[in-house]
Each structure stands twice: as structure tokens, then as C-alpha cells.
Design a protein around this ligand. Structure first.
Ligand code: NAD
Ligand code: WQD
Length: 354
């Protein structure tokens, strides 16, 4: 059984991935400083899997702690989720974002290199990137070959910089495979589109601190009456109904993509290498369509108003997922209706138990 370090494993996507890895026969080891999560998520994971994962409360910028975990747990691969992710906050506090998102990546990479140096088997390093790196693209759907555009906010820039760091580290290793850094690293950046939903058990889900910025967490709170009506940010986009179009992916499908990427990396023999995959459904859904689907599957009305466009938003963003299907053998299976139903059940559970 391979031990996989999951940084940020107490968070939204990390916790679902811990479950998926466990179900696939890996042994997940979590490091999380709980800056945007709660230790109760470990109970949720244990409820689903029957096993409480190994958990270290600490910061990924603490290289000594990382070294201790790598040795103690004999880590065979890493999935690096730990980062701050609020776009608006990153504009207000760029240093906070560059410090955490870049320095955590660097420390985890250094510890991974030190630990795997000289090993004969591949060391997978999977990184959470984002469709935000494409910016306002000229063509849809987005393929991995679609040129990246300069980021419009510091959060997005940390993802672009992180991809560049992975590229440089891997290519330096390919050139000089005799140094300490001659590690069998297989770096994979997964560019997530819009993750939504919760585990169907409602034992884990998204738990944003404060007022949610993202559509679905805000929508479910507005539907339950915990928030003011949802504001649709613009109905004058060049889309069929005028509202923004995104590629919403169930978080359980997204978690499965990490398992597929991990299995793929372990099966390779030509590390070091760096691969990039879009992780979406390939389908675009407008804000109005999403509200209508939510109302249909839950029978609950979503109070909403039309407001101005949100600065920095693009009109349309959805993935071409051919590469992930062809190479990883992965594709999304759940519908938007499944995801919205699960998000609603999770919201109600929070509401009645908090
Ligand atoms: P999340 O905030 O729920 O999870 C991140 C976890 O990392 C949290 O539990 C937090 O406590 C932890 N963390 C943050 N900094 C840390 C540090 N220095 N040391 C240890 N732990 C730390 O976010 P999420 O939605 O699960 O996102 C996971 C990753 O996916 C992030 O890198 C995010 O940028 C990326 N991503 C998210 C989305 C999305 O819409 N949710 C989309 C694209 C990419
Ligand atoms: C979706 C659609 C909004 C809220 C963001 C980040 C991106 C990635 C995912 C991490 C858009 C509309 C939203 C609301 C609305 N995160 N909307 N009212 O903007 O596609 O992506 O999260 O990497 O980097 O930018 O997601 O959920 O915020 O918005 O009308 O209250 O919903 O305009 O069309 P977005 P979102």
C-alpha cells in the first residue's frame, strides 16, 4: 500500500480526494494547518471510509515538519492542494497569497526531491492548478494547448507561477540527472474547472468561511435563507441567455481524477516529466440554467436578482477533456443535477447540525 501525502487534505477537494484514494487502495496522509477547514472533516472521512486518516496539523511552509512526515510515513507520492483560493482577497492581500501559495509549493517540492532522490521508482507530484490560467481565451472549448493569458489577479498568478516552477524543476532534472535533484519526479498539473457538490453521504462537503464568493455555495445558502438573495453577476454576456457559462464538475468526479493521475504517474517509466490535464466535464452551463436545475431537483426556490458584471469574470469557460480521457482514462460521470442535489443535502445538514 503506497502512502500519499495530501497537503490541504482537510479542505474541500482534498477531503474528497482522501476518500477516493483510500477507496482505490492508497493510504492517504494529511497535512493541513486548518486555516480554511475544520478537524471535524476527519470524522466525516472516517464515517465514509471506516478509517481515520493519518493527520498532521501543521503548515506546508515548515520544511522540518515536512521532512519528518516524509520519513516517518515513507511517502511515495504527493498531491499538493494546500493554498489560499479567494480571488477577491488575493487582490486585497497579494503578499499573503504569494507567500502561502508559492512558498508552500516550494517547500513541499524540496522535501519531495530530497525524499525521492536516488529512488528507482517514479515519484508522482500532483498539483492543483486552475482553468483561471487560461484567462479570457479566444476560442472554446479550452484545450491544454490553448495559450495561457496573463492572470487578472494574484491568486490566478500563483497558479501560473506554480506551473512554471514545476516545468522548470522537471526540465532541470531531465538535463542533469546525476545531482541530488536527479529525482524520478512526475509532476502533473490538473487544471480544475468549477468544482461543485459534496459527497453523496453528506459526511463531507464545502464549508467556506464567511460569505461565499463562488456561485453554488452562495446559492445554497441563499436558498436556505441564510443569505440575502443571490445576485446574478450580469445578464448581458454574449451567451444564449446572457448569463456567464462555466464547466461545473462534481467534486467526487474531480477527486477520482486525482486517483487516475496518481495511477498513471506510477505506471510511467520515463520520469522526470511534467504533464498538464484539464479536469472538467466538457459541458458549459449558464447561471440561469444552473438555478433552474437546482430548483427542479430540489423543489426549492432560489431568490435572486440581476446585478452588474463582476470585474474579472469571463463570459464563457469550458473544457475540452479529450486529453484526460485518452491518457488518464478518466471522465466525469456525475450530472450537474447530481452535484446540486448533493450540495443541497450537505447545506441542509450543516444548517440543522451547526
Ligand atoms: P480549501 O480551502 O477547502 O482547501 C485548502 C486546504 O489547504 C484548507 O484545508 C487549508 O486549511 C489548507 N491550507 C492552506 N494553506 C496551507 C498551508 N500553508 N499549510 C497547510 N495547509 C494549508 O480549497 P479547495 O477548494 O479544496 O482547493 C484546493 C486546491 O485546489 C487549492 O490549491 C485551490 O487553489 C485549487 N483550486 C480550487 C478550485 C475551487 O473552485 N475550489 C478551483 C481550481 C483550483
Ligand atoms: C461562476 C459563475 C459568475 C457568484 C472562480 C475562480 C477560479 C476558480 C473557480 C480557483 C460566474 C456567477 C457567481 C454569484 C454569480 N477557483 N456568479 N453570482 O468565477 O468561474 O471561478 O472559482 O481556482 O479561479 O475565479 O466561479 O463560482 O465564482 O462563478 O452570478 O454570487 O457564477 O459571474 O459566471 P468562477 P464562481
Amino acid at each position: 500500500m503506497q502512502n500519499i501525502l495530501i497537503t490541504g487534505g482537510a479542505g474541500y477537494i482534498g477531503s474528497h480526494t482522501v476518500v477516493a484514494l483510500h477507496e482505490a487502495g492508497f493510504r492517504p496522509v494529511i497535512i493541513d494547518n486548518l486555516s480554511n477547514s475544520d478537524a471535524r472533516v476527519l470524522d466525516g472521512i472516517a464515517h465514509i471510509t471506516g478509517t481515520r486518516p493519518s493527520f498532521y496539523r501543521g503548515d506546508c511552509r515548515d520544511i522540518d515538519l515536512l521532512r519528518k512526515i516524509f520519513t516517518q510515513e515513507d511517502i511515495a507520492g504527493v498531491i499538493h492542494f494546500a493554498a489560499y483560493k479567494a480571488v477577491g482577497e488575493s487582490v486585497q492581500e497579494p503578499l499573503k497569497y504569494y507567500d502561502n501559495n508559492i512558498n508552500a509549493l516550494l517547500r513541499v517540492l524540496i522535501a519531495s526531491q530530497e525524499h525521492s532522490a536516488g529512488q528507482e521508482h517514479v515519484f508522482p507530484f500532483i498539483f492543483s492548478s486552475s482553468a483561471t490560467v487560461y484567462g479570457e481565451a479566444d476560442t472554446m472549448p479550452l484545450t491544454e494547448e490553448t495559450p495561457r493569458k496573463p492572470a487578472t489577479n494574484p491568486y490566478g498568478n500563483t497558479k501560473a507561477i506554480a506551473e512554471d516552477i514545476l516545468h522548470d524543476v522537471v526540465h532541470a532534472q531531465r538535463r542533469a540527472n546525476a545531482s541530488l535533484y536527479a529525482t524520478p519526479l512526475h509532476a502533473i498539473a490538473l487544471r480544475y474547472f468549477n468544482p461543485i457538490g459534496a459527497h453523496p453521504s453528506a459526511a463531507i462537503g464545502e464549508n467556506p468561511h464567511g460569505r461565499p464568493e463562488n456561485l453554488v455555495p452562495y446559492l445554497v445558502q441563499a436558498a436556505s435563507g441564510r443569505r440575502e438573495p443571490l445576485t446574478i453577476y450580469g445578464n448581458d454576456y454574449p451567451t444564449p441567455d446572457g448569463t456567464g457559462v462555466r464547466d461545473y464538475i462534481h467534486v467526487v468526479d474531480l477527486a477520482e481524477a486525482h486517483v487516475a493521475a496518481m495511477q498513471y504517474a506510477f505506471a510511467q517509466t520515463d520520469a522526470p516529466r511534467f504533464d498538464i490535464f484539464n479536469i472538467g466535464t466538457g459541458r458549459g452551463t449558464s447561471v440561469k440554467e444552473l438555478i433552474a436545475t437546482f430548483e427542479e431537483v430540489t423543489g426549492v426556490n432560489v431568490p435572486h436578482t440581476i446585478g452588474a458584471r463582476r470585474p474579472g469574470d469571463v463570459a464563457v469557460c469550458y473544457a475540452d477533456t479529450t486529453k484526460a480521457a485518452d491518457i488518464l482514462g478518466w471522465r466525469a460521470r456525475c450530472s450537474i443535477a447530481d452535484a446540486l442535489r448533493d450540495a443541497w443535502v450537505w447545506e441542509q445538514r450543516q444548517h440543522t447540525t451547526s
